[in-house]
Design a protein around this ligand. Sequence first.
Ligand SMILES: *[C@@H]1O[C@H](CO)[C@@H](O)[C@H](O)[C@H]1NC(C)=O
Ligand SMILES: *[C@@H]1O[C@H](CO)[C@@H](O)[C@H](O)[C@H]1NC(C)=O
Length: 264
Amino acid sequence: MIPSTFLYLAVAALLPLTCRAEGSAGTGPLDQSFFTDYTHRIATISTDPETVRIGYVDAAPASNGTSRGTILIIHGWPSSSYGFHKVIPLFMQAGYRVIAPDYRGAGNSNRPLSLDGYRKSVMAADLHTLVQNHLNISEPINVVGHDIGAMVSVAYAGNFPTDTASLVWSESEVSVPGSAWYEQTKNSPTLWHFNFHRVPDLVETLTKGRVREYIKIFYDSFLVNPAGINPAERDYIASQYEEPGGMRAAAHLYRTFDDDAREN
Ligand SMILES: *[C@@H]1O[C@H](CO)[C@@H](O)[C@H](O)[C@H]1NC(C)=O
Ligand SMILES: *[C@@H]1O[C@H](CO)[C@@H](O)[C@H](O)[C@H]1NC(C)=O
C-alpha cells in the first residue's frame, strides 16, 4: 500500500466513469444497496490441508446488454468486498457477472490460524476453487486485484493461466513480492507497516482493544480521496478486523511475503 493509490484506484484504472466524491469530509451511511442488491453467500472450500469459509458477493450482469463474462475482483488491506461497493454496479451495467470475495482472514470469511495459508498462492487457490468448483464457472475469468488482492490476482493468473482470461491489478507501484520494484521499495519508510506487521505477535498485541483506531490510521494517511470512504464505512470495515483473529490474519498477509517472493 502506498500513498499515491488506494482502494478506489482500481476503479480509476478500469472505468473512467467512476464517481469520486469531492472534498475532504466524507459523510453518509453505509451503502445499503451493497447488502440488498446482490447475493451474499459463504462457501466452504477445501484448500489442502485446510477447510476455509469464504464469504463472497455474486452480482449478476445487467440483463439488457451483452453478457461479457465474469470478473473476480479481489480487495486489499485494510478492506473487504465492501470496498468495491461503488465498482460492482458499473461492472454489472457493462455486462459482467461480478464475484467479489472476502479473501481468507477478511470480511465474512473465516480467519484460519496457520501462517502458511496466507501465502498468496494458497489464497488464490481458495478463490479458484470458489469459482471453478463451487460456482461452477468453467470459462476463463477476468481477474482484478487491488493492493494485497493484486498479489493474490497475480498468483491466480500464474497458477491457473488457462482459467484466466485477463489480469488487471492496481496499486502496482508496490508490485508483487519477488519483483525488482518490490525489492527496491519494501523497506521504504512510507511502507513502515510492511516490516512492522511481520514481527511475530507484535501488531496483534499492540492493537488489542484498539483495532479500530489502528485501522483508521491507514484511512487517514493513505487515502488519495478522503471522502471516498465515509466515517460509517470506515467503522464498518474496521469492525470486520476487530473480530477474533482479524489482526493476526492481517499480519499473516505480510509475514508470508518471503514465501510469495520465492513462489512468484
Ligand atoms: C442497461 O441498463 C443500465 C441501467 O440499469 C444502463 O446503465 C446501461 O447503459 C444499459 N445497457 C445497455 C446496453 O443498454
Ligand atoms: C456445482 O457442481 C457441483 C458438483 O456437480 C454441485 O454439487 C453444485 O451444486 C454446483 N453448484 C452450483 C452453484 O451450481
